[in-house]
Design a protein around this ligand. Structure first.
Ligand SMILES: [Fe+2]
Length: 373
């Protein structure tokens, strides 16, 4: 199984993970064989990439860190809370109060599953179209924040609070007109000021809804503050920013840069890794950045890499604590010849090997080698 860009899909490939439409209903089930029409539809819907079985890594599964059911549940809860555009804050408040119990149950489901999978790296990258962005982003930020909390040794109760606050961190966006939130071009100064208000708006909504503690609500207020004092709204610095908000600040940035947005393409995972890693100690708390990145592979499973030996391989495993050193299975020799049952090299062990670059699309490898399926 591998993730490949929608623009590199071709008929005959098998869908390896289901794709959902914006209402959370399955659009393509696992096992569907792609046709020209399906591929066109995916492009129309703005689905950026897909997990497929293209024959290169038939034995490799890529598992999510939480169950599909829990993720779908959490996304649909956030959607019912924030889904309707132009809602009055009062209406959201009411909904938050009604959904309070369900929200609490869901965040603890997430926490418990992550505690069980505490040694699993985050290899699965969420697939989402532009119009599903906010809901999926909220759930992702929750999952990644909880993992960071686990790396920092938090108790289950503390993880629950962090989970709730991080899931709701952007709830204030319901008060920002969608045409501004999704504007492809640069925002005007006034528009930017308005967007920044989502922190305050969110804080007020969560605080008055009483679904959670004030500490969790403060994540909404502070998640755009930066460790060096260059964030907003209050330009708080270092430990003046609550630890939860320092966590969500890192995670939120990582998840945003690894997603395709209307105004820019996603960063590939290894560039996002370097970006966040380089900002630890400046924009972000150093310790928190390390804790977060311990769960983030620079080269997720399924990534096609070219090694310094000119061999081409695919990442088949990542071990926690060795984010930049995946286990790579050699697929093509330095001359582009396909290698049957290629050897596996763990880059942490065999330091004479390193990744020179990644190849995004399998088509590039096929062009080089002539191997097809
Ligand atoms: Fe935000």
């Amino acid at each position: 199984m591998r993730k490949i860009s929608t623009y590199s899909l071709y008929p005959g490939l098998e869908v390896a993970r289901p794709v959902y439409n914006k209402n959370g209903q399955p659009l393509l089930a696992k096992g569907t064989i792609l046709t020209e029409r399906f591929i066109e539809r995916l492009k129309e819907l703005g689905i950026p990439s897909l997990y497929v079985e293209d024959g290169l890594l038939p034995d490799i599964e890529i598992d999510d860190v939480i169950s599909e059911e829990t993720r779908t549940n959490a996304v649909s809860l956030v959607r019912s809370l924030m889904g309707e555009k132009g809602q009055e804050p009062g209406a959201v408040l009411k909904k938050a109060t009604i959904l309070g119990k369900e929200l609490a149950a869901t965040v603890f489901e997430i926490v418990d599953q992550l505690l069980m999978n505490r040694n699993t790296m985050v290899n699965l990258v969420d697939i989402r179209s532009h119009d599903q962005y906010t809901f999926n982003h909220s759930v992702n930020v929750c999952v990644l924040s909880v993992l960071t909390g686990i790396a920092m040794g938090y108790s289950r109760d503390r993880l629950g609070l962090l989970a709730m606050g991080s899931l709701l961190h952007d709830v204030g966006k319901i008060r920002i007109p969608p045409e501004i939130l999704n504007k492809p071009g640069k925002l005007s100064a006034e528009e930017y000021e308005l967007v920044k208000m989502h922190c305050q708006f969110g804080f007020e909504i969560i605080k008055s809804s009483e679904v959670t503690d004030i500490v969790a609500a403060s994540i909404s207020l502070q998640h755009h503050e930066r460790y060096d004092g260059q964030g907003y709204p209050h330009r708080l610095k270092e430990k003046k920013i609550h630890e939860f908000s320092r966590i969500v600040g890192v995670v939120d940035t990582y998840d945003a840069v690894t997603s395709d947005r209307v105004y820019r393409k996603a960063f590939p995972p290894h560039e996002a890794y370097e970006l966040i890693s380089g900002a630890g100690g400046h924009l972000f708390d150093y310790e928190i950045t390390r804790a977060f990145l311990s769960y983030i592979p620079a080269y997720p499973v399924g990534t096609i890499v070219i090694l310094n030996t000119n061999e081409v391989g695919a990442v088949v495993e990542n071990v926690r604590g060795y984010s930049k050193f995946p286990r790579v299975r050699i697929l093509f020799d330095p001359y582009g010849k396909y290698v049957e049952n290629g050897k596996e090299i763990w880059l942490a062990e065999k330091t004479e090997y390193y990744v020179v670059r990644t190849v995004e699309n399998v088509a590039d490898v096929q062009r080089r080698t002539g191997k097809n399926r």
